[in-house]
Design a binder for this molecule. Structure first.
Ligand code: GTR
Length: 326
């Protein structure tokens, strides 16, 4: 979809849904690329239920799942413009516009999901959420995105050299293009919704993602080799349009923030459960899973990526503090 078409489609869909609106005074429209039932979609529904409860049904949330409002990069712009009120997205597509989001998007910056939680639940996470304000957005909460690894349709990757010459789709972020080049492969940034057919037709050989996305997108049907190199533990984020947020009273703004925070532990439970279900489904489909891989060369290969992107004192300080976090 072209930019203008997707913008118009989002407005038309939102207008149509307003006709069937509930008794709520304000219905906040929320976007998600994932299908109904996916942990992020369910978490935002939980957030909406909490918000309705806290405001006596004054504020509600309607989740437009399955990229009904467009692909992530476009929906981010629409959220900045106030066409979309809430948006659940990966931090990746923010990298080119909000420099602080590059840091938790760096390959191997987190030692584990637990380390990522410790960082993002604390002052560093709060600082990164606050950075959205200068870009017409309000950062509300971080969600889990597991760890992302490479999959492809050509061959099993058991060592870094096996990646050479393969073409992988990455999220629309320069950082990820360089990350893929650093391991000797080629990167093509493209919207998530185009990946399945691009692998099928051979435009790309594969992509990289976590278990639930690899499974729910059906990419495992066209890319039969999944190598758990776990290069990214990039958090996902729930943001609100600053213009929608500014229309609310101070009490309602607090209720929005509290409801978003309240959805985080629910999301984490749903995520842990879905990771297992997705892994089982992918294994049952006969995908070859390569778990025995030495990550050290991958980690070492990322040094130039850090040098290129961690440029200012502020960003260097964030990296140092993340590494020092238990
Ligand atoms: C998923 C993530 C989405 C989107 C997608 C992608 O894991 O939940 O928000 O970023 O990856 O690769 O585009």
């Amino acid at each position: 979809m072209t930019h203008l078409k997707s913008f118009t489609a989002a407005i038309a869909l939102i207008a149509a849904s307003a006709v069937s609106a509930t008794a709520c005074e304000v219905t906040l429209r929320s976007s998600d690329t994932h299908p109904d039932g996916y942990p992020t979609v369910e978490a935002v529904k939980v957030m909406g239920a909490e918000l309705a409860k806290a405001t006596g049904d004054k504020l509600c949330v309607e989740v437009f799942h399955s990229a009904q409002l467009g692909q992530e990069k476009d929906t981010i712009e629409q959220t900045q413009f106030g066409v979309i009120d809430l948006n659940r997205v990966s931090l990746g597509p923010f990298n080119n516009i909000i420099e602080e989001t590059k840091i938790p998007s760096l390959p191997y910056i987190f030692r584990s999901v637990e380390h990522m939680h410790n960082v993002m639940d604390g002052p560093i996470g709060a600082e990164i959420l606050a950075a959205f304000e200068a870009h017409d957005l309000v950062g509300l909460a971080f969600y889990d995105g597991g760890s992302r690894s490479f999959y492809n349709k050509e061959r099993p990757i058991t060592k870094m050299a096996d990646l050479e010459g393969l073409k992988f789709r990455v999220m629309q972020s320069d950082l990820f293009v360089d990350m893929v080049s650093a391991v000797g492969a080629n990167a093509t940034p493209m919207p998530y919704g185009e990946v399945y057919s691009s692998i099928q037709t051979g435009v790309i050989d594969g992509a990289e993602n976590n278990w639930p996305s690899f499974e729910s997108s059906g990419h495992y049907e066209v890319a039969g080799y999944y190598t758990l190199d776990q290069h990214l533990i990039v958090p996902e984020v729930l943001v609100m349009s600053k213009s929608s947020y500014d229309k609310l009273s101070a009490d309602d703004q607090m209720a929005v923030r509290a409801a978003a925070k309240a959805s985080v532990p629910v999301m984490r439970d749903l995520w842990a459960e879905r990771e297992k279900v997705s892994e089982a489904k992918v294994r049952a489909a006969g995908v070859e899973i390569i778990t025995d891989i030495d990550k050290t060369p991958f980690i070492e290969a990322m040094v130039p990526v850090y040098e290129k992107y961690v440029t200012t004192d502020k960003l260097k300080d964030l990296v140092t503090r993340i590494q020092a976090t238990e």
